[in-house]
Design a protein around this ligand. Structure first.
Ligand code: C2E
Ligand code: CA
Ligand code: CA
Length: 598
């Protein structure tokens, strides 16, 4: 394609008229041409590389033509108006569909010429009879073409103006260096988020983050490196947060982060940790790796303030506390929060070391067949003996383990320990007991879970058909979960799945039909109300019926009284577990009570 044709097409595309919707103003000009020149057909024809496109037309159903066949292809080359008195008699236009399909005989067209001299199309009229157009008529045609161009020019100006407006609106709300929202936009978003948090009653957090020693980097390595670092930091921070969070740059090396929705206030510490971990890897800038660290301050809505300004001030104050402290990289504004966060971190550390040092224990709670009264299996429950001789409750440390990701290692340990124990008992002549193990949602969804189960079974020699994995509703029945596939794969291994704490969450029951589930566990909270609280009784009975209609045995949890046992048995519940039969017991006790050991 020639340079000139390139320029011509560039001009055509600049107007953004190709493929655009029908256009009232141009249609009106076409109709005007029709009446002024007394012709049946008028087209405003834009000429692209190989085809033409009718931006407006009257009197024809065609939408465009092949450029080489069309009279307009010639009209755009012409200095004045171009006419063909008899198309049929002209060998150049024998394939022109205006002739073959519309039976047009005469043509007159004036080129559409842009102010910089590019010819992008033609204003053209057709008559059904052979006709010679007068010079006055051709003058009119040239005028109409000029009006079309004026109209297009006007739009181009409006288009540019709108783009300029959008650009300046963008610049007013964004930081030019990093492209991140700026202070103004951050305020907007924060105010919006706080109104929403107030309405829905959940906490939110504002964070201020500041690079350590940025001035030194800027001075020693130069501003180009400094700018590159700020950009890279912005990008990395954005990778860490969720899409609904906002990372903004306030200027200098100051970044602000908005977390519009938190599950609970302390959840902000996880995000803070992740944001700061983003600085663990060096930043690769213009052939050199730059390392930098940051300090971060956190303020919480509504705890530390109810508007954006107050929260930012508090976060800023907290950031300076973090900077001033030799061992803290982040700080909450409120001391109580900082302490709670520290306590949680300590707990995480202690749990990790307890796990590594093999200090965790499993206790086993018997499950009883309600019909025969015999012990048929055990649920393994993790126990953490504290240094002061007390037992930490799983309710307190399982969530901590889940948040920190430690649950995956903890769960692996639990499975291995329990399988090893069962094999030892079976070797010591135990009856064919089942073994139930709790699997947390995070562990269930972790990569390699299935492999880990397979490996543990192989290495411990535990028979897969003795194993039941207890998973809660939220992990099993959420619509998007991979549970159906996983339960099936476990089933192929010979391992069964139990639905734990059934009835406590609002889950999508229809999901049940896609799952290979082998046991339902009625939650303790229902058992507690049996038989006196009618609603609890109704729910327990519904779960039992549901289980049976699916062909799945049901376990009643938390059976503490004889009345509860009798009622569940009466409702047809298959198995039961609870303090009435036994508390979770250390292995020695299990052996003493159920293996005839001493
Ligand atoms: P869960 O799976 O519902 O476990 C049953 C809980 O009920 C156990 O609490 C058990 O001690 C308690 N319990 C048993 N019988 C009775 C009774 O008659 N009355 C009352 N009031 N309670 C009874 P525990 O051991 O404190 O465990 C609490 C939760 O922690 C478990 O609930 C389970 O979700 C989780 N958990 C325990 N061990 C593990 C583990 O190894 N891995 C995972 N992921 N979670 C575990
Ligand atoms: Ca359980
Ligand atoms: Ca349970």
């Amino acid at each position: 394609m020639s340079d000139a044709e390139h320029q011509r097409l560039a001009a055509l595309y600049r107007y953004e008229v190709l493929g655009s919707p029908p256009d009232e103003a141009l249609d009106r000009l076409a109709r005007m041409g029709q009446s002024v020149l007394g012709v049946p057909i008028v087209i405003i024809n834009l000429v692209a590389a190989h085809s033409t496109w009718f931006k407006s037309s009257v009197g024809t159903h065609l939408q465009g033509l092949r450029r080489e066949d069309a009279c307009c292809g010639w009209a755009i080359e012409s200095s004045g108006a171009f006419t063909v008195p008899d198309i049929q008699a002209d060998p150049r236009f024998q394939k022109d569909r205006m002739l073959t399909a519309e039976h047009a005989r005469a043509y007159a067209g004036a080129p559409l010429i842009t102010p910089d001299g590019q010819r992008i199309g033609a204003f053209a009229v057709f008559d059904l009879e052979v006709r010679t157009f007068t010079s006055e008529e051709l003058g009119l045609l040239m005028d109409l073409a000029a009006v079309v161009m004026d109209e297009l020019e006007l739009r181009l100006t409006a288009l540019h103006w709108r783009e300029a407006q959008e650009r300046s609106a963008y610049l007013a709300h964004h930081d030019a260096l990093t492209g991140l929202p700026n202070r103004l936009r951050f305020f907007d978003r924060a105010e919006q988020a706080l109104r929403q948090a107030e309405r829905l009653g959940h906490p939110a957090a504002v964070m201020m983050l500041d690079l350590n020693g940025f001035k030194r980097i800027n001075d020693s390595l130069g501003h180009a490196v400094g700018d590159g670092l700020l950009k890279a930091v912005g990008e990395r921070l954005c990778e860490v947060v969720r899409s609904e969070d906002t990372v903004a740059r306030f200027g200098g090396d100051e970044f602000a982060i908005l977390l519009p929705e938190l599950r609970e206030p302390l959840a902000a510490m996880q995000v803070a940790t992740k944001l700061l971990e983003a600085f663990d890897r060096p930043f690769a800038l213009a052939q050199q790796a730059v390392r930098t660290r940051a300090s971060l301050g956190i303020s919480l809505y509504p705890h530390d303030g109810v508007d954006a300004a107050a929260l930012l001030l508090a976060a800023d104050t907290a950031m300076y506390s973090a900077k001033a402290s030799p061992h803290l990289r982040y700080c909450f504004y409120s001391e109580a929060m900082s302490e709670a966060a520290q306590a949680k971190l300590r707990l995480q550390g202690q749990l990790r070391s307890a796990l590594e040092r093999g200090q965790l224990r499993l206790h086993y709670q018997p499950q009883v067949n309600l019909r025969t009264g015999k012990v048929v299996g055990f649920e393994a429950l993790v126990r953490w003996p504290r240094a002061d001789g007390s037992w930490a409750r799983p309710e307190d440390f399982i969530p901590v383990a889940e948040e920190s990701g430690l649950i995956v290692a903890l769960g692996e340990w639990t499975l291995r320990e329990a399988c090893t124990q069962l094999v030892a008992w079976l070797n010591a002549g135990a009856p064919v007991w089942d073994l139930s193990i709790n699997v947390s949602a995070r562990q269930w969804e972790s990569a390699g879970f299935l492999d880990m189960v397979r490996r543990t079974l192989r290495e411990t020699g535990c028979p897969p058909e003795r194993l039941l994995l207890e998973v809660t509703e939220s992990a099993l029945l959420s619509e998007l979960s991979a549970a159906p596939k996983l339960t099936q794969q476990l089933c192929e291994l010979g391992v069964r799945t139990a639905l734990d704490d059934f009835g406590t969450q609002f889950s999508n029951l229809s999901q049940l039909q896609h799952l290979d589930v082998h046991q339902l566990k009625v939650d303790r909270s229902f058992t507690r109300g049996v038989p006196t609280v009618p609603k609890a009784l109704a729910l327990a009975s519904t779960v039992i019926t549901l289980g049976h209609s699916l062909g799945i045995p049901v376990v009643g949890e938390g059976v503490e009284t004889e009345a509860q046992r009798a009622t569940l048995k009466g409702l047809g519940c298959d198995l039961a577990q609870g303090f009435l039969f036994a508390r979770p017991l250390p292995p020695r006790e299990v052996e003493k009570l159920f293996l005839g050991g001493s």
